[in-house]
Design a protein around this ligand. Structure first.
Ligand SMILES: [Zn+2]
Length: 119
């Protein structure tokens, strides 16, 4: 919706205007929402959100300084949604002290459905 104070920006001026508002040190490299709010207080063009998202995603200072918003990777474990596709998991455990048979590794098998462990 075009408001009275907003100016419709032609294609050639959109990115330069974004850069003028986003890149100066005093602008602070704001995030998508705050940048959009600042832009919309003055100008308008269709697809403004998508353009701003793209430009901020490729803005090097933003990518260097903004914290990662993804959860950290978890520990390796059996995934419940994968269990139905994997009948069992095989691995080796060791090295351990030599057994009477001279073996140092154990062959481990886990039934993914019941989590039954067999060595
Ligand atoms: Zn930036």
């Amino acid at each position: 919706m075009l408001r009275r104070r907003q100016i419709y920006l032609p294609l050639s001026l959109r990115e330069p205007y974004f850069r003028a508002l986003h890149y100066p040190p005093s602008a602070g490299h704001l995030g998508i929402e705050k940048t959009l709010r600042r832009l919309r207080s003055r100008v308008y063009w269709p697809g403004m959100r998508a353009d701003v998202q793209t430009w901020i995603q490729v803005c090097e200072p933003c990518q260097r300084s903004k914290p990662e918003r993804r959860l950290p990777f978890g520990k390796c474990c059996l995934l419940d949604h994968v269990i139905s596709f994997i009948p069992f998991i095989l691995t080796f455990y060791g090295p351990k002290p030599k057994s009477t048979g001279g073996h140092t590794y154990a062959f481990v098998m886990v039934d993914a459905a019941t989590r039954w462990l067999d060595i």
